[in-house]
Design a protein around this ligand. Structure first.
Ligand SMILES: [Zn+2]
Ligand SMILES: [Zn+2]
Length: 448
């Protein structure tokens, strides 16, 4: 029987052999971006690739999710998922944006789809499954980017979703119940000459939808008959800015939003103004405190002009916890492939400021979410591009496939060690209850 190093060479050589197809797939996804819960084509293209490899799968999980299964032939054992996020962002000015929808891969998730395919090919086509126990689950997951809130709230009203983030909803649906360990790699553009980075964390967040309700009237002839909802919103936003000095740097507080609707017509007093807002902090306590401050501010705007404000809080993401044992497995393989000098390690408490639903999954099972180089330009901007597909797709595909060998070879003792030593903060049921409790709606009447 080949040893683990020989098995790793087999997966790595297979990925090299299929390099052109793997990169072409990632580029095709780049050219056909779709936002969360709308990734029908992306999911279908991934399903065709699994068909080509005769990998069984289930599809349309949380609308667009696709979950494959590779059975090891060396006996039962743990299940290891390799995740790839299906969704794009909305960046109309991105050169690869869909001209109709504005969808654009400005966060590199197309590279994730490529690396998930590459790792799956490496494991499936190399023959290593003869020597692995348990199972490997290539899992294409929808809607990591928390955008298009109104569309998702409509899906929720129709009963098609409960939680509005992809992994959140998949957890609720029980699609991670048969997964023991999960990993994925995200592209980054900020690591200079380094090719891979481990560690750090992400912010937790609360997602907010705000509706100011005023009273319409002729803006020229009878503004005294109206209640200006846009003025209320402006005051609410100004009040949030007035609180900024109270936010501590160590909490990596980010409070930001957009106006979805600023009124109906310029010649009428705006009576319906809608905002999508986000409150992020590095820990739950400060998140709750800062969210309460933001609610106070939005109410202050309503109070000032006598409007009403409806505040809808939607369960957001939780901070990311990398499992240390799993991280070491990935780190060892990244080091073997790239050399220690090319790898960055970041202290576990340092938050990147953004948020991910991998954080949610990390509360209930061991996960790791390192970053790989290969991207250029600021994330979520028109300039974010995958410049080096070797770094962005091929390297992480090899590192994850080799990590799977370490986890599931030799009776899966390493995967069992990861599971045994992991310390989840909550069970799946506790997670679902916790998130349900965060869903709140409040109508405040500033006209009283
Ligand atoms: Zn992103
Ligand atoms: Zn992303």
């Amino acid at each position: 029987m080949p040893d683990r190093d020989a098995l790793k060479r087999m997966v790595s050589d297979t990925i090299d052999l299929n390099r052109a197809e793997i990169i072409a797939f990632a580029k095709d996804i780049m050219d056909h971006p779709e936002t969360g819960f709308k990734e029908h084509r992306t999911s279908e293209m991934a399903a065709r690739k699994l068909d080509d490899m005769s990998v069984p799968y289930r599809k349309q999980l949380a609308i667009t999710g696709l979950k494959g299964k590779l059975e090891g032939r060396a006996g039962p054992g743990p299940s290891v998922a390799i995740l790839g996020e299906l969704d794009s962002l909305l960046v109309f000015e991105h050169p690869c944006a869909d001209p109709e929808t504005g969808a654009a891969h400005a966060c590199g998730h197309n590279a994730q789809m490529g690396m998930m395919l590459g790792a799956t090919m490496g494991i499936r086509a190399s023959g290593v499954l003869d020597h692995l126990c348990g199972s490997v689950v290539p899992f294409a997951v929808p809607a990591e980017e928390f955008v298009e809130l109104e569309d998702r709230m409509a899906l929720r009203s129709e009963g098609k979703l409960e939680f509005l983030g992809g992994k959140q909803e998949l957890i609720r649906l029980g699609e991670f119940d048969d997964v023991d360990i999960a990993m994925m790699c995200h592209t980054a553009s900020d690591m200079g000459e380094r090719m891979f980075s481990f560690g750090g964390t992400s912010n937790g967040h609360i997602v907010k939808y705000i509706q100011y309700i005023g009273r319409g009237a002729h803006a020229g002839a009878a503004p005294h008959m109206g209640i200006n909802a846009l003025n209320a919103a402006n005051l609410g936003m100004a009040a949030i800015h007035a609180n900024r000095e109270t936010f501590r740097e160590r909490e990596t507080v980010r409070i930001h939003g957009i106006i979805n609707k600023g009124g109906e017509a310029v010649n009428a007093v705006p009576s319906d103004v809608r905002l999508e807002w986000r409150v992020r902090s590095s820990n739950a306590e400060d998140l709750v405190k800062n969210n309460a401050a933001v609610d106070r501010c939005f109410k202050a705007g309503a109070l000032a002009v006598g409007a009403q404000v409806k505040i809808t809080n939607i369960p957001g993401y939780m901070p990311l916890r990398h499992d240390p044992v799993l991280q070491d497995v990935l780190l060892d393989n990244a080091t073997a492939l790239l050399g220690r000098d090319h790898i960055l390690t970041i202290p576990g408490h340092r938050s990147r400021g953004g948020s991910t639903d991998m954080g949610d999954l990390s509360q209930i099972m061991p996960v790791c979410h390192p970053y790989t180089g290969g991207a250029t330009g600021p994330g979520h901007s028109k300039d974010y591009m995958i410049a080096d597909y070797e770094r962005a797709v091929i390297n992480p595909a090899k590192i994850m496939a080799m990590a799977v060998v370490d986890l599931l070879a030799e009776d899966g003792h390493k995967a069992k060690e990861v599971i045994q030593r992991s310390v989840p903060t909550m069970t799946k049921d506790e997670y679902v209850s916790f998130q349900r409790e965060r869903a709140q709606e409040e109508l405040y009447d500033g006209g009283i």
